[in-house]
Design a protein around this ligand. Structure first.
Ligand code: IPE
Ligand code: IPE
Ligand code: MG
Length: 233
């Protein structure tokens, strides 16, 4: 499952604070959601932290986010490792990501690579279209003939190709868009849009989203309703 962590700026504006205060307040939610997901038995959790479009924001906000993420990664690395969480960063190949931050990402990935408790993918500098273009380039570079390209072989060239399709996406703050998030992997995801702003989102909200998901019928284009948890058709 995945979270589009949205609403930090509005959370801050409601308090007459700078947008950056909203980003700082998001840290508590991030840790609480990771813990709630792990406890609920979620095996794959992806968090959308910074999009390839977010580089358009004022440089002060972008710089603040780069520094904040660095602090958060450093502060919580030991805890994540102790919880046996395997951490990955999706989008880290973007050369605009400051080198020290990219190194911290790589270090945490290495430190937690053998963990099997839960896989946490932080999408940072990520864009779904960019990933699809990268996969196409990778196929071409490998000289794969056109006839050999199908959905399966194409997906094998995406970054972190072992990542399963996303079953549920939570987008907080009431916004109802994809915003270029893991486009390939969300093809058949269920979406929920809780109105609560990300810094106010807590474990009970998270569990409510899981409850809503369990009530959905997933048909995958067929006619029989497949109960969630059943093997995919
Ligand atoms: C989400 O909160 C965090 C990032 C995109 C980095 P926003 O900063 O988008 O907050 P709003 O949408 O302006 O309230
Ligand atoms: C999407 O949120 C990206 C993240 C949450 C990191 P945005 O706030 O940037 O998306 P738009 O601009 O509302 O589509
Ligand atoms: Mg937003």
């Amino acid at each position: 499952m995945a979270c589009v962590m949205d609403g930090n700026g509005r959370w801050a504006a409601l308090r007459s604070l700078p947008r950056t205060s909203g980003h700082r307040a998001a840290e508590t939610t991030v840790i609480e959601v990771i813990e709630a997901a792990r406890t609920a038995g979620v095996e794959w959790l992806s968090l959308y932290a910074f999009s390839s479009e977010n580089w358009r924001r004022p440089s002060g906000e972008v710089d603040f986010l780069m520094e904040l993420v660095r602090q958060v990664v450093r502060k919580h690395a030991a805890l994540l490792h102790a919880r046996s969480i395997r951490c990955r960063f999706l989008g880290m190949a973007d050369p605009r990501i400051p080198a020290p931050l990219a190194r911290d990402f790589a270090d945490l990935m290495t430190l937690t690579a053998v963990n099997r408790g839960m896989t946490l993918t932080v999408a940072f500098g990520h864009g779904g279209r960019g990933d699809i273009v990268a996969a196409a380039r990778s196929l071409i570079r490998d000289g794969v003939p056109a006839e050999a390209v199908d959905e399966r072989s194409f997906a094998a060239h995406l970054p972190f190709p072992d990542t399963p399709d996303v079953d549920l996406v939570i987008r907080t703050s009431g916004e109802q868009r994809i915003s270029n998030f893991m486009l390939w992997q969300v093809a058949y995801a269920e979406w929920v849009f809780p109105p609560v702003l990300w810094p106010d989102f807590r474990a009970p909200h998270f569990l409510e989203c899981l409850r809503a998901y369990r009530l959905r019928d997933r048909r995958f284009g067929g006619v029989a309703p497949y109960a969630n948890g059943d093997p995919r058709p």
